[in-house]
Design a protein around this ligand. Structure first.
Ligand SMILES: *Cc1c(COP(=O)(O)O)cnc(C)c1O
Length: 468
């Protein structure tokens, strides 16, 4: 399997060549040259596999430059009961008839990003050792991504993490998750400023190509292909739990922000997993819902981006979306380039032609959005009727999923975080604190390891040089 860019660079690269990369050199995103089609007999055989075995089967279709025995060892040590709480890794629980929750949030940081990031940590360590190299991961976070990256990379040989977060603006729980890590290779930098300041610093450092090369700066953001690939596995695992035979179809409802999670569902569907619909749920930041209703993709300014109670979906643009559009346009890289580079840069928006937009139905996508009031009502109602407390992002998925139910086809709502991470809104909805997993009790009281810094690019660079 080889990888190409969505913007026309046809250089075919192997998996390990793009593993440590973000964007392709032409500014596009990497995709496999084609999607392997899963034969009926293969799908039938996969039904009986344990999660790590299934992960190995799926990943080996896309990764042919890591020896099979090594890849198997990497996934086996990643997807364990110890890390994810159960042997099933992503257990399904029934809600009302025909509706299930698939738990993707029982990893170390209680959000679905662990599903991919835990594997990425092991892949990075393996590949860096093979090359005799090291990497300094630089990132900005206001929540889930930063902690998932730190828990994936802690203690990994050859990797340092420098994570910027806006001082005092994360929830105390999220901050404690990150700052309580004592590992020598994890560096928390609390920036006096807002999230955009943190992001601007990361951009400035990454755009200094000389510095980037000299100090081996890398990222782990959501456009990384390996992250997306790891997420394909749980669509298969959820399908097998919700069905008895492979002639049944299911629908997935996906709380969405950067289009990473649901793009993995798109890949699973392209491989032939019997997915009827992919229901895309947004919060008040409805960039993607607008697209799937109208064919217009309009990036929002920071002023137009709302701070909501499902904060991990607060996006102004969806960084993985170009991958789907490339497929939708019949993999026309020239057209993709024209839309994402020329049109978006010029006017901040593009509109597909009617004929192009009409094709989006062929890919199973439907969409909807959810507000703070919807979230509260859904959390309250789910608690009252089923005795289950769900998190705010999952509530968005459930609310929109219910608007697209198809009789006879089960809907699987992806549970993307545990309610313990968003206690304030849970209290507002049901009048009490959500339960916390035992390992997370009292983490706010643990000693914190972080440095505070002004929003100053030079200061951050100096810190990297001194601590890399
Ligand atoms: C990141 C995140 C999302 C959004 O996922 P995308 O891949 O960006 O669409 C949804 N819910 C939670 C809890 C998250 O952390």
């Amino acid at each position: 399997m080889k990888y190409i860019s969505t913007r026309g660079d046809k250089t075919e690269r192997a998996f390990c060549e793009i593993l440590l990369e973000g964007l392709a050199p032409d500014g596009g995103l990497y995709l496999p040259t084609h999607y392997p089609k899963i034969a009926a007999a293969t799908l039938a055989r996969w039904r009986g596999l344990k999660y790590h075995e299934l992960a190995f089967e799926i990943l080996s279709l896309f990764i042919d430059d890591i020896p099979a025995a090594d890849l198997r060892a990497l996934v086996t040590k990643t997807y364990t009961k110890e890390a994810f709480g159960t042997d099933l890794i992503v257990p399904l629980r029934p809600l009302e008839p025909g509706v299930y929750l698939e738990a993707l949030s029982n990893g170390p940081t209680l959000a679905f990003k662990d599903m991919a990031m835990q594997l990425l940590g092991n892949l990075f360590e393996y590949e860096l050792a093979r090359r005799g190299q090291s990497l300094n991961i630089l990132g900005a976070t206001s929540g889930d991504t930063g902690s998932a990256a730190e828990y994936a990379m802690r203690g990994k040989a050859g990797v340092n993490v420098f994570m910027l977060s806006p001082k005092g603006r994360m929830s105390p729980f999220q901050q404690a998750q990150m700052f309580s890590l004592q590992d020598k290779n994890i560096h928390n930098i609390a920036v006096v400023g807002v999230f955009d300041d943190c992001q601007d610093i990361v951009k400035a450092v990454s755009n200094d190509l000389e510095f980037k090369r000299a100090h081996r700066i890398g990222t782990v953001n959501s456009i990384n292909w390996a992250r997306l690939l790891a997420q394909v596995v749980y669509y298969f695992a959820g399908y097998f739990q919700a069905t008895k035979t492979n002639d049944e179809q299911v629908t997935f409802a996906v709380p969405s922000g950067n289009f990473g999670n649901i793009c993995a569902g798109h890949v699973a569907r392209m491989m032939g997993l019997p997915i009827k619909r992919l229901v895309l749920a947004t919060n008040e930041n409805n960039v993607l819902d607008e697209f799937f209703r109208t064919g217009t993709y309009r990036v929002r300014s920071s002023a137009e981006t709302h701070e909501t109670s499902s904060p991990s979906m607060d996006i102004s643009k969806a960084s993985n979306f170009e991958r789907f559009v490339f497929d939708l346009l019949g993999r026309d890289a020239q057209r993709t380039h024209a839309l994402f580079k020329q049109e978006l840069d010029r006017s901040g928006a593009f509109t597909l032609t009617a004929a192009e937009f009409a094709r989006s139905g062929d890919y199973g996508f439907v969409s909807g959005s959810s507000t703070h009031a919807d979230r509260l009502a859904t959390i309250r109602d789910t608690h009252a009727h089923f005795g289950t407390v769900i998190d705010t992002h999952t509530a968005d998925g459930l609310k929109v999923g219910r608007e697209h139910l198809v009789p006879g086809t089960p809907t699987i709502v992806l549970e993307t975080a545990l309610p313990a991470k968003f206690a304030e809104t849970i209290v507002e909805a049901i009048g009490r604190e959500p339960d916390r997993p035992a390992a997370m009790r009292g983490i706010e009281q643990l000693p914190k390891r972080f440095v505070e810094m002004a929003a100053d690019v030079q200061a951050v660079k100096r810190f990297i040089v001194e601590n890399a």
